[in-house]
Design a protein around this ligand. Sequence first.
Ligand SMILES: [Fe+2]
Ligand SMILES: [Fe+2]
Length: 209
Amino acid sequence: MGEIPGILRQNVLDWLAYNVPESRISHILRVEQMAAALAQMHGLDEAKAAQAGLMHDLAKYFKPQKLLEMAQQEGLPIDPVAEANPHLLHADVSAIVARDVFGVTDEEILAAIANHTLGSPGMPPISCVVFLSDTLEPGRGETPELDALRQISQTNLSEAIWMTCDYTLQYLIAKHRLIHPRAIATRNWFLHHSKSSTHPLSKPVSASL
Ligand SMILES: [Fe+2]
Ligand SMILES: [Fe+2]
């Protein structure tokens, strides 16, 4: 199994200890572990999946104003849903922190961090395993629905993505929460392309920060 160089991983853990509550660090470590395990099952780069998992929530506790400012500075489009709920930007901003604070340049890793909340249509396999791990890691609970999604994520990434999107969308509807159009676009793309038993993309798609 590939691993994150020890010094970088320790640097990230030290940074997280100052910027993220302990309960969130436990979630992050479970995402790191599950992403690596799913990567191994699907023949993907485990080290990249683990590194993206470890860094996916770096900006989770940044204040809304900071998230908006960093996204604007990066030139990211701020749509009305993100403007109303800047927390949605924490995925894109976490990728900026990974790049600027920890010197991550790998586009697959940066894309996987940026895609972990809303996904994106046609996102590459490493993004898929981090997206799935964020929602399905063991700490999210033990329900028949979650267990079924965990099973599917081990065999068919595309199917797991749209089904997990449905799961999250149902939750957002039940809670009367805003739904970002990108979440629907992700769900539609993977539903449409999930006929085959493997991920439809063989080549990675570039990160968009
Ligand atoms: Fe997150
Ligand atoms: Fe997370």
